[in-house]
Write a protein that binds this ligand. Structure first.
Ligand SMILES: [Zn+2]
Length: 328
């Protein structure tokens, strides 16, 4: 049911989350896509953003699982993953995408900034990915080999107040400390893990951020982050290991985020105007104000310099006449 996880589990151990950038550097030698185009993640900076009025709010379907449904939380050696139900799906016209699973990316205690996507150069504390696959394919492992195979929702995570919904998973992390371990979690409404505004997001065509880096993902990264407490982030960052716990040298699961990739010719569509169109408008207004300011300054300067010039005194002879005097 979760072939993507199985696929990743079955890959030869040429990379590890704990290897950080060194591990990443070797990906392309084994997996061609990792050194190719259309790679993820990206930094969403103004010069590549483009407002798209056709982007409608994201609607998730069937996310409200019953308490009697069971989710499986598992450690696959690279991340912690939560299974989803086959009845869960999203629609991004013209396709319908079935839910596969949720997983996370994060940093470490010394540098607790581990989101994959960045906004204007800012990296967030962590990032959650909800993986879906195109319903026209039989399963996620087949879909991931097709250009239109996957649709992933990206949720940026920032430190703030305690999040009871995320805690349903975070509080169970001690049960999946080591690779291969699993734990069952009673169902809950997965929509509670999403930010409130599902109408504001970045959309672009990219890839899996782990080997084999297939360029098969339609990315939707929500503009607004969700918040978890500092304590919750610490639990996520420190609880897990990449190894199975049987060796003498435990390998902490930290910094499992991929470095930013080149956007190349790609543009990122955005569903919201603020910060993009508004920035352009603001820049125009500021530009106009600067021009008006400069013109005013030059005008005033010219006037002042005129004022300071010695006045030309015209001496005229008083032509007082008897007639003038008589008028006073
Ligand atoms: Zn991911």
């Amino acid at each position: 049911m979760y072939p993507l996880i199985l696929t990743i589990l079955s890959l030869p151990a040429v990379w590890a989350a704990s290897d950080g950038q060194n591990g990443e550097a070797t990906w392309a030698t084994k997996y061609n896509f990792c050194g190719g185009v259309y790679q993820s993640p990206l930094d969403f900076h103004h010069s590549i953003l483009q407002y798209d009025s056709t982007l409608v709010p994201i609607k998730v379907n069937g996310y409200n699982a019953s308490i009697t449904d069971l989710f499986t939380l598992s450690n696959n050696g690279h991340t912690v993953s939560l299974s989803m139900l086959p009845s869960m799906y999203i629609e991004i016209p013209p396709f319908k995408y079935f839910a596969s699973h949720i997983h996370f990316h994060w940093g470490d205690l010394a540098s607790p900034k581990g989101s994959e996507h960045c906004v204007g150069g800012k990296r967030f504390a962590a990032e959650m990915h909800i993986v879906h696959y195109n319903s026209k394919y039989k399963d996620v492992s087949i879909a991931m080999n097709a250009a239109d195979g996957l649709a992933v929702l990206g949720i940026l995570i920032e430190v703030g107040s305690f999040n009871p919904f995320f805690d349903r998973m975070i509080s169970q992390l001690t049960h999946v400390q080591y690779k291969g371990q699993e734990s069952q979690i009673p169902g809950f409404n997965l929509q509670d893990l999403l930010p409130e505004r599902l109408d504001e997001y970045y959309r672009y065509e990219g890839s899996l951020t782990t080997p084999p880096c297939n360029p098969s993902v339609l990315w939707t990264v929500f503009r607004n982050p969700v918040f978890i407490s500092e304590e919750q982030l610490r639990s996520l960052v420190t609880a897990l290991h990449c190894d199975d716990g049987n060796g003498s040298d435990p390998v902490e699961m930290t910094n499992n985020f991929r470095q930013l990739q080149q956007e190349g010719e790609r543009l990122v569509s955005v569903s919201f105007r603020e910060g993009v169109v508004m920035a352009v408008a603001l820049a125009s207004i500021l530009g106009s104000l600067v021009i008006i300011g400069v013109v005013c300054y030059l005008f005033n300067r010219k006037r002042r310099s005129k004022k300071n010039q010695p006045k030309k005194v015209v001496y005229t002879l008083a032509m007082a006449t008897d007639e003038n005097t008589s008028k006073v």
